[in-house]
Design a protein around this ligand. Structure first.
Ligand SMILES: [Zn+2]
Length: 176
């Protein structure tokens, strides 16, 4: 996970040509699913927020903007988990060849790890939605600074400002 925010932060915000509706029915083919993995960034089809002159940071309009991003992301993740569950049920075959069996097992392990990550992420998204309601959202939990709209759009579950995040990563690396 090291360096995820850099990738996210460097993201260019282009106005999407075909904005994805916030909630999409699970049709199986999922036309609104971005090519990028949903665990990387949810910001596809969302127009970067343009605050009005003098608008308060994390006022109601901004909160609503992030609620929509987070809910769409959560719904997309749940839909992906459902699809994966069905896929796995379909693919459970008993291969007579041990090599095939081993391949199937490692694929299964990978799949389960992905599912586990998605489950944790969904929980994190739920917690983040609670933080929006309680007014804690958007402020660094280490130094209290504003995390900023662009960083939050790239990483809506961020709880640290870019400086504290960088510092934490340096420390993490030093700890080995
Ligand atoms: Zn900070």
């Amino acid at each position: 996970m090291v360096g995820w925010w850099r990738a996210g932060y460097a993201l260019e915000f282009r106005a999407p040509e075909n904005p994805m509706p916030a909630v999409e029915p699970d049709t199986g083919s999922a036309p609104g699913v971005p090519p990028m993995g949903m665990t990387e960034s949810p910001l596809s089809g969302f127009t970067p927020y343009q605050p009005k002159k003098g608008e308060a940071y994390m006022g109601e309009p901004q909160k609503e903007h992030f609620r929509q991003i987070l809910r769409a992301w959560r719904d997309e993740l749940s839909a992906e988990m459902d699809r994966a569950r069905h896929r796995m049920q379909d693919e459970t075959v008993n291969y007579p060849d041990p090599t095939d069996r081993a391949t199937q097992e490692s694929e299964m392990t990978l799949e389960l790890r992905t599912r586990d990550r998605e489950r944790k992420l969904i929980r994190k998204i739920e917690e983040t939605l609670d933080q929006i309601d309680s007014g804690e959202y958007g402020y660094c939990e280490s130094c209290g600074a504003e995390i900023g709209l662009r960083r939050l759009e790239a990483r809506p579950t961020a709880t640290l400002c870019i400086d504290c995040k960088s510092l934490a990563e340096i420390r993490e690396r030093q700890m080995g």
